[in-house]
Design a protein around this ligand. Structure first.
Ligand code: CA
Length: 220
């Protein structure tokens, strides 16, 4: 999944990026409100982590701008310890969740997982289909109870398909959601990842809808 971090504390932004990258996400960090507004408007993020105290343009203004423009991307705001009024303003401006500084990184990661599941067909963090089990907390995958080792991009493709089950997803959409900003995207590689996933996890997990993309069908 693709995540934007808008945080001007560079060290904290790096820590968050590191933690989310090791969860298998593609993460774009920015350090001021103007950059955040621009990328949040132009790139198809699955989640945005937004510090409210940002230089150039404050987080509340950025969030209001996105929501007025019709964006429904889940947004987790970061606020100061005594910032209860900011939390109220943030939630009223369209934030989906908040975290007060200082926080523990594992709590942030757990909240991101919950927010990423919010648009999914199911709330259970373990996705299952045709003997395949994908635990979105650990990234572990098994087939009929036997662990299967996937590469990072294979896991990212599988995760995106499970989180967006029951609709066809094009190679272009998949590549936009598994690569970071500025990476040279070649959507032809998506077909290679899908072929490898089918080899490892069985042919009937990922369906091809001719001319429309790939899908995993889950019972709603
Ligand atoms: Ca700040």
């Amino acid at each position: 999944m693709r995540i934007l971090i808008a945080e001007d504390d560079i060290e904290l932004a790096d820590q968050i990026k590191h933690a989310l990258t090791s969860e298998g996400h593609a993460v774009d960090p920015v350090h001021d409100g103007e950059e955040a507004r621009f990328l949040g408007e132009t790139e198809p993020y699955d989640l945005i982590i937004l510090d409210l105290g940002l230089p150039k343009l404050d987080g509340i203004s950025v969030l209001k701008y996105w929501r007025n423009a019709g964006s429904n991307i889940p947004v987790l705001i970061l606020t100061a310890r005594d910032g209860w009024a900011d939390r109220v303003d943030g939630l009223d401006a369209g934030a989906d969740d908040y975290l007060t500084k200082p926080f523990h990184i594992p709590e942030l990661i757990a909240r991101t997982r919950a927010l990423l599941r919010r648009n999914a067909t199911q709330r259970n963090p373990v996705f299952q289909k045709n003997g395949v089990s994908f635990d979105s907390r650990s990234g572990r995958v098994s087939l009929n109870g036997i662990p299967v080792t996937l590469t990072a991009p294979e896991t990212a493709v599988l995760s995106y398909l499970f989180h967006n089950a029951n609709r066809p997803i094009t190679s272009a959409e998949l590549s936009e959601h598994i690569y970071e900003y500025g990476v040279d995207r070649d959507s032809n590689t998506i077909a290679v990842f899908v072929t490898r996933l089918r080899k490892k996890l069985g042919n009937d997990l990922i369906e091809t809808e001719r001319g429309r993309g790939y899908s995993i069908q889950l019972v709603a």
